[in-house]
Design a protein around this ligand. Structure first.
Ligand code: NAP
Length: 343
């Protein structure tokens, strides 16, 4: 196998750190590795596969000779992705910048790998909650096609990056020590108001749109239709931040066009790559963030019939949103391209 020249933009962030762990774990075939971040972190030393790398400030010149550019730096993708493509790299981008661009494939490799072939330099990684949900929906969709989905999310603070994790930790310590609690980051650092997340729930992830849904909710709705290639699928979502460190959970209600028995649904989920069925009510076995954190598999459980509609099921799904919801999914896209000689 060839060794690729790889750049990781956002190497010092929550997703960047996970990329480095996974590249080591999966023995990702890189020869040269460039770790990029902002000026703030330039000079930071990080170890990967036993070697020390110095983080550089990302500039217009950073991508010369790079074949695979992994982006985990947020909105800066807008500036740097076109530069990386011009330098000859394939960009796999974790931000939302290009996801709904019709020229950019939006890919979960277990669900729609065929979309990768149409790329023009940029491939988008879907939103973390979307990835976790579509992975569970796909084997069921293949049995009976989906008419409508109602999803409510329980999203971990690490979804808001390293600063949001630190805020939860600090608030819990302050509450336990009976010190006054302050909030500066959640629901979003750039928003005009902030709320305590420790021992609380915040029903706002990202900004509100004109229809009073949040941007996160609209991402789940629009991205799911694009990935599943079904614009007629009805989806509605409520996204909520919860005081959990890591791993998003989602309660999903699905109405199908045809009958799907819980037994057939469980069998299909258990056989689907990337999914693990953890569903034994008698033994109190169901997915929880503590089980999925740091793991690759997305877990599905609490699967049962919804008798209030003609063909309905309810289930609960949990997945590590920094792994499968971000870094792992992106690396799987790169590995697919390597295996199929697309890079
Ligand atoms: N966290 C999640 O669960 C998750 C899941 C799915 C997708 N995502 C997406 O992944 C991306 C990264 O998220 P994150 O949670 O890892 O964020 P994060 O912890 O805040 O890290 C952000 C990274 O971007 C770098 N960066 C920021 N501004 C920069 C600039 N002007 N130039 C170069 N580098 C810059 C930061 O470098 P410095 O250290 O220099 O500041 C840091 O390495 C976002 O698009 C996010 O929406 C996150």
């Amino acid at each position: 196998m060839k060794n690729y020249t790889v750049a990781l933009l956002g190497a010092t962030g929550a997703v960047g750190e996970e990329f480095l762990k996974l590249m080591e774990e999966r023995d990702f075939p890189f020869g040269k590795l460039k770790l990029l971040a902002s000026k703030r972190s330039a000079g930071t030393k990080l170890r990967v596969k036993g070697r020390e790398y110095v983080v550089e400030e990302a500039t217009a010149e950073s991508f010369a000779g790079v074949q695979i550019a992994l982006f985990a730096g947020g909105s800066i993708s807008e500036t740097f992705a076109p530069l990386a493509v011009r330098a000859g790299a394939v960009v796999i981008d974790n931000s939302s910048t290009f996801r709904m661009d019709p020229k950019v494939p939006l890919v979960v490799p277990e669900v729609n790998p065929e979309a990768i072939a149409s790329h023009q330099g940029i491939i988008a990684n879907p939103n973390c909650s979307t990835i976790i949900m579509v992975l569970a929906l796909k084997p069921l969709y293949d049995i009976a096609k989906i008419k409508r989905v109602v999803v409510s999310t329980y999203q971990a603070v690490s979804g808001g990056g390293k600063e949001a994790m630190a805020e939860l930790e600090r608030q819990v310590a302050d509450i336990v020590a009976r010190r006054p609690v302050t909030a500066e980051i959640l629901p979003g650092a750039s928003l005009p108001k902030h709320y305590q997340i420790a021992f609380n729930l915040i029903p706002q992830i990202d900004v509100f749109k004109e229809n009073d849904y949040t941007k996160e909710e609209m991402k789940m709705i629009e991205e799911t239709k694009k990935i599943m290639n079904d614009p007629d699928m009805a989806i509605t979502a409520t996204t909520v931040r919860v005081p959990v460190y890591r791993s998003h959970a989602e309660s999903v209600n699905v109405e199908f066009l045809h009958e799907v028995s819980p037994a057939a649904a469980k069998k299909a989920i258990a056989a689907f790559p990337g999914l693990l069925l953890r569903d034994d009510p008698a033994a109190m076995e169901y997915p929880m963030p503590l089980f999925t954190s740091g793991k690759d598999a997305v877990e599905v459980g609490r699967l049962r019939k919804d008798d209030t509609v003609p063909h309905g099921l309810n289930f609960w799904v949990c997945g590590d949103q920094i792994r499968k919801g971000a870094a792992l999914n992106a690396l799987q896209i790169a590995e697919y391209m390597i295996d199929h000689e697309m890079i």
